[in-house]
Ligand binder design. Sequence first.
Ligand code: GLA
Length: 727
Amino acid sequence: MAIYYKNNMFYLHTKNSTYQMKVERDFLLHVYYGPYVGETDMSYLIKNIDRGFAGNPDGITEKGFSLETQPLEYPAYGTGDFKNDCLKVVYADGSHVTDLKYVSYDIKEGKYALEGLPAMYQGEEDVQTLEIVLKDEYKNLEVVLYYGVFENLDIITRACKIINKGKEKVNVLRAYSMCLDFTYKDMDFIHFYGRHAMERTMERTPLLHGMQSVGSRRGFSSHQHNPFVILCKQDATEESGWCYGASFVYSGNFAAEAEVTQVDGTRFTMGIHDAQFNFELQQGEAFVTPEVLLSFSPVGLGQLSRNYHKAIRYNLCRGKYKTARRPILINNWEATYFDFNTEKLLDIAKEAKNLGIEMLVMDDGWFGKRDDDVSGLGDWFVNEQKLGGKLKDLVDGVNEIGLKFGIWFEPEMISEDSDLYRAHPDWALQIPGRAPTRGRQQLVLDFSREDVRSCIFNQMCEILESANIEYVKWDANRHLTDVWSAMVSSERQGEIFHRYILGLYDFLEKITQRFPDILFEGCSGGGGRFDAGMMYYHPQIWCSDDTDAIERLEIQYGTSFAYPISTVGSHVSVCPNHQTGRTVSMKTRGVVAMSGTFGYELDVTKMSEEDKQMVREQIEDFKKYYDLIQNGDYYRLTDDGRKSPFVAWQFVSQDKKEALVNVVVLRARANAMLHIVHIKGLDPEKLYSIEETGEKLSGRALMSGGYPIPIMENDYQAWQIHLVVCE
Ligand code: GLA
């Protein structure tokens, strides 16, 4: 049994971890999360020590029992736990105190679902759900804590529901999804920061007393911080040491906070950011928090990542393209930007077909009046004048050439220079009478409103039904400001950030259900909303607007900590690169883009014959390695190049019979020293043949001694070896 209750203790077990809670004097205490300990009751770790200025709950005279020092499973504000809390509400009388006591529990087979929110589902796994009810008796406020235990995946999911069972209204000011209290502080905080076109750079810092936090108040999960954080022991490496991951299944504002306490413990919390957040609950109403995916690895960061890769790939992503091979696409954005017509696109399609590419994606600029980025958003009808014909003619033409067809939308946005804005200026998020802030010269539609969503939905459906469209790129190119909606009262404006995301999810659910055969790729100026929430609807997301292969090494490295290869949108683009001006060989660009969904984003009609031949070979390689890359286990062999002279990563098939090692050497050196790459994840007992050289070496040798990388004569050279077990 993955979950059971015995002697006031809750036990949750996965293959490699145990999670324990205890009901003590009616409080729900967090006892333990760490390596599997079987039935051992770990509550001996909790000591009641009298600390100065630590108050005692009513009815408890033992000075050592204080909420300030007890590890709490779901801390609420106001009763003497001065550390970071998960729940803060203000009641009708203006009071802010919530005193949560344990009421009951229920264990269920299968995985709970969260209405209107993305969440992991059971799939092929054995899953159990634990629900624990806590309550503030005085105000009749109930909290239901949800735990989904995926034993085989080493994942425990958490979420909660806050229900107002009292007669008076309650205003929720903070409702985080989870808290973890650790008895120690000697951990590192690993997070993934960045900016537009440079997302998810890994940073690792030791925890210090006080608060270490990352988050977003931009309305989207953001380029700047990713809603995925790791706490690990300071000696943890890729292959060893304890690591705890927390991935937030949510695409809006978030906070991930680690607080080292006065007694050298650590409290880690995650949830919707409380900036401009309040949610009114009338009697009987409930607020449901988004889900957090927790995972524990006793054997380092590599295994932690592989846990998330499997969980997200098979129990969060959905639809036909969760497993079906995605077409190798060519996107016209970097080839033409806004300057294209049917003829140009058909020229690209013909050449692409010759090279083995399988789908043409028409990016921004095909609709409304849109020749640059200042107009047209919101007018989702075809600009036939620009295309020089009907969309259906273009799509049929592309299909006749032998390619599938995909199209770009930015459904959440509106240009002031659009018919939609002229008809409905109040549909944009803005405050009446106050000049709004523009981003990329555009405003954001109020997606908390059903009428706004359904107008855009209908426009989109009309386009998608008008021709044989098999792919949609869903973009969103600015963050939220002027967050105010005409639809709710002044007291409820703090709900709009969250209602926007709920509206977005509602839209995505409807559109993906209506068009189950369309492949959806998410995007937000590249990876500005690259989060587990979006992956429930979009099985792949454009990873970054930076297509430079060398920069991508860093971005894709950071991305790999939480997200599977199948979600990472990655293309080969032209050189000199449009973002950095760097020139990198076609081979290197291909090797890097192949560790993603793989496609092209350049004008193939202008390519040299040599490059074209290379592209044909790359496409053959990609097809050959597809299964290994997409379904194999992923290993980071080096860091992202900020310290190592080369960047290496690897895929190993589940049966360990095949592996693909990828290396990019960053700098050629005179009289160069030999670099050796240490291969991982092989079967030590098996003999592997190296396809490229014909050498035969044991898995043990390749993992212990490594394999020498040929000396490279230019910067940024890539090298791959394919290892196959000798039968
Ligand atoms: C965003 C995307 C790009 C491209 C442009 C079009 O920046 O990330 O890939 O689609 O918008 O405007």
